[in-house]
Design a protein around this ligand. Sequence first.
Ligand code: ZN
Ligand code: ZN
Length: 370
Amino acid sequence: MQKDEYRNRIAKVAKHLDSSNQDLLLVTPGADLRYLIGYDALPLERLTCLAIHRSGVTWLVVPTLERPSAVAHGIEDLDIHLVDWQETQNPYEILTKEIRSKVGKNKKILVNNLMWVEKAFKLSDALGTQVNLAEQLVAQFRSVKTQFEVNALHEAGQAIDNVHNQIHKWLRPGRTEREVGRDIANAIIESGHSRVDFVIVGSGPNGASPHHEVSDRVINVGEPVVVDIGGTMPSGYCSDSTRMYVIGKAPEEYYAKYEVLKIAQAAASKAAIAGVSCESIDATARDILQSAGLGDYFIHRTGHGIGLETHEDPYIVSGNKTVLQNGHAFSIEPGFYVAEKYGARIEDILVCSDGVAVPTNKVTRELVEL
Ligand code: ZN
Ligand code: ZN
């Protein structure tokens, strides 16, 4: 990633603060921090905090012991005042003094949405004013990916495809979901991810719970198995893909339902073109499932945005009037869930490029019979 890109992001935030008459944005470790300055700091109890003033003046407060790590991330090349604090000092007071000495008192202060409440309260106390949520301030920029980010998402898609291509090696009758999940987790790392984010192996009735992870349930012949997996690449960008498997043959009535799901997933992917609303893409998938009598079994939204976090803007859900544009990256993942019997979901990550949504996942969307 070019340093200019980070400078550009900070400048965009400062400009937005200024035009919306806000003074300061404070950001603690997490995806927003990584997006803004490329610093992948651990969210720990010691205060690390980026402060961007509407004038563009920017600080990063870090514990002294983490200063070398911040420097190694290239922070010093970004025109950021790097301020460190020793173990016995009060970082909240140090940050407040720094800000006041350069830009005076600030009344309107925003904090990133996922800042720990403890830190938000302490910052509010030290700065002597109430703080408010940044809401969409950084999210709106993060949701529109640059070419570098689009490439990173395609790379993540390939890596998770590589894992799905190997599921046949591990999914065997008599093994538990947990055993299969462990093999999958190892493969997620071996395929190039730096972190496993989640592994869902939902066999038979467990597949009817969309966010079931793994259990000690033994997988039997004839049970559809939901395999929804994802991780984070060294680039920071995430993968997330679901495919369906069965050892032998699924119950006969399952096949007709699965065909409808496949059609719904393909139709929603095709409908995702620049200029349409996110809610209309959700409606495309939902209408198809509904007209086949499966509407009541489709119990979640059609998709979510993805990038430095697995779930971020834009959400593909009824009520979201956000207009799809080039650079938006999101999942299309309709499903059906029949309690106590089985579930199904087909999930790709797509990126809107040149007006159409291009899947980053390419492995077969057929029900894979092992
Ligand atoms: Zn997803
Ligand atoms: Zn998923």
